[in-house]
Design a protein around this ligand. Sequence first.
Ligand SMILES: Cc1cc2nc3c(=O)[nH]c(=O)nc-3n(C[C@H](O)[C@H](O)[C@H](O)COP(=O)(O)OP(=O)(O)OC[C@H]3O[C@@H](n4cnc5c(N)ncnc54)[C@H](O)[C@@H]3O)c2cc1C
Length: 392
Amino acid sequence: MTQTMFTEPDERVALREAVHKLASSYGRDYIEAKARAGERTTELWQDMGRHGYLGVSLPEEHGGGGGGIADLAAVLEEAAAAGAPLLLMVVSPAICGTIIARYGTPEQKQRWVPGIADGSITMAFAITEPDAGSNSHKIITAATADGDGYVLNGRKTYISGVDEADHVLVVARMADEKTGNLKPALFIVPTDAPGFEYQPIEMSFTAPEKQFNLYIDGVRLTQDQLVGDPDQADAGLLQLFAGLNPERIMGAAFSNGMARYALEKAVAYAKERAVWKGNPIGTHQGIAHPLAKIKIELEQARLLQQKAAALYDAGDDTGAGEYANMAKYAAGEVACNATDVAVHTHGGNGLAQEYGLGQMLLAARLGRIAPVSREMILNFVAMHTLGLPKSY
Ligand SMILES: Cc1cc2nc3c(=O)[nH]c(=O)nc-3n(C[C@H](O)[C@H](O)[C@H](O)COP(=O)(O)OP(=O)(O)OC[C@H]3O[C@@H](n4cnc5c(N)ncnc54)[C@H](O)[C@@H]3O)c2cc1C
């Protein structure tokens, strides 16, 4: 009989420890100071790149570590658990790196993947549009053939880190040369291209990574800026699907790491703060039980994350799709619950800037909204897993 493993390989355990140590040397104070000053976390990003952590899942032949998405998710989870999450890991190495490494032309792989792996190239990812929202079938950003290249027009919204990125991987639509039908097509667009403008969106939480509206007006692109081989049937669709599972698994890792950080802070405070007869507040079940419940929810969410990543790394894209969605859902929930319990455990201090938990309460909500909302995941599970009728 074969064994079902619930422990990670020694290499990944060592990777987790090393990343946690590095990210802790920056820590929550560094992230908050950068966010408050409107500055970027470039030093941490470069440090993570130098150590090979950003490229751990990308192919070795293109400068990556040759590991899996489980390894990259472990890196992000540990950074977040140390209080220093890097949101752009979800987009640059996980979505853009994976898509180009899997579907780019040999020249594109050589041109982009090594830089994404070592962090010297940061690539943002743009699919969301103001009028399409969760319904990506409705996107209107479109490319038209023009001479031996393309012209791109459209709008995108809530695109993370465009100011930090050299390029954006833009999801557009393009007419199929043979059928004339519109199909997805992904373009690598330089952020300084003529006709490409971006404006920051004022968010209600402060984070070092900013969000942007994109205005794409007549941006001229060369043939090699279209990812992959245009003659390959369904190329854009396959590329898009290749990015979705890593995106969700990384979204889960981001939220799970944040939940771990919040739980650790809350437990430490509950052990130390004493207001009745010298007993720490953690003595009271009103404080202890919510913390224990978070621990259980967190372990459930982390198991789903690990299962989704294991399925993806084993090449089971369909199975990974189901579990990546469930993992993202569970992690988004536990991040919201954990930050809420952490704030409450701290009493008034939970809302003081010094403790940094109030900001996190708001930031944790991101895990319920992006990259795919809680409701769209429930729609997916209802339809694909349970076989219920499509509701939208
Ligand atoms: C901080 C941040 C960073 C982001 N970064 C990026 C990025 O880098 N790149 C990128 O492309 N996008 C990014 N996004 C966009 C994000 O992916 C979208 O916000 C998300 O997919 C939801 O789309 P929407 O905001 O248009 O909500 P809407 O689609 O307008 O949905 C609004 C509400 O209605 C619900 N809803 C919609 N349709 C249904 C339905 N059929 N059934 C039930 N409920 C439904 C949703 O769940 C949601 O609660 C980011 C967003 C945020 C907030």
